[in-house]
Design a protein around this ligand. Sequence first.
Ligand code: ADP
Length: 201
Amino acid sequence: MGLTGGIGAGKSTVSKLLAERGAAIVDADQIARDLQAPGSPVLDQMAERFGAHIINDDGSLDRGAVASIVFSDKAALKDLNGIVHPAMHTEIQSQIDAHLGTDRLVVLDFPLLGENPRKGLAATIVVDIPYDLAVVRAVDRGMDEADVRNRIDSQISRDKRLESATHVVDNSGGLDDLNRQVAELWPQLMELDQYAPPSAL
Ligand code: ADP
């Protein structure tokens, strides 16, 4: 199943609560970071396309440098996606396939699931909170306020994201309330039909 939410909504927190109950988490952000680790083929291709200056002295990716290139250049963004997406797709699929034939619940923790819907999901959980609360929580976590607002504004709207939901977690309350909602959700998720690979649809 899919798990998504805007920045600061509490997606990572819900993901942890699901993992504690036994779900396997396929974490798109983590996969992207791993694929762009120092010395990786993906990072090499990115440096070839955008220049060696996108790599820090320690060999790591300078995310800000890449972000500023692709922010205003659609062709550059397309090239970046062309380098990163196939590798991500392969890794995501192999992490999903590792659980095929088991009764393990596999959760695709995808921040951009609303923008990039995926076929074959047994459910889509959207973690939802009001805009202002998302900003407060993301800033509390250490992000810059203007940056958070920019990022939220560049993602699909809260309403649009909610349209894709089969299950909504309302994270406008405290952590106890969130925990209670996940506890209620869990048995419902366990009863869902099995994942149908897109090829079988
Ligand atoms: P996301 O992954 O959606 O960006 P996080 O799960 O990292 O959001 O949550 C953003 C911040 O808000 C984190 O610091 C997290 O600990 C905190 N947080 C999440 N849910 C709650 C809650 N119900 N009450 C208080 N703080 C919360």
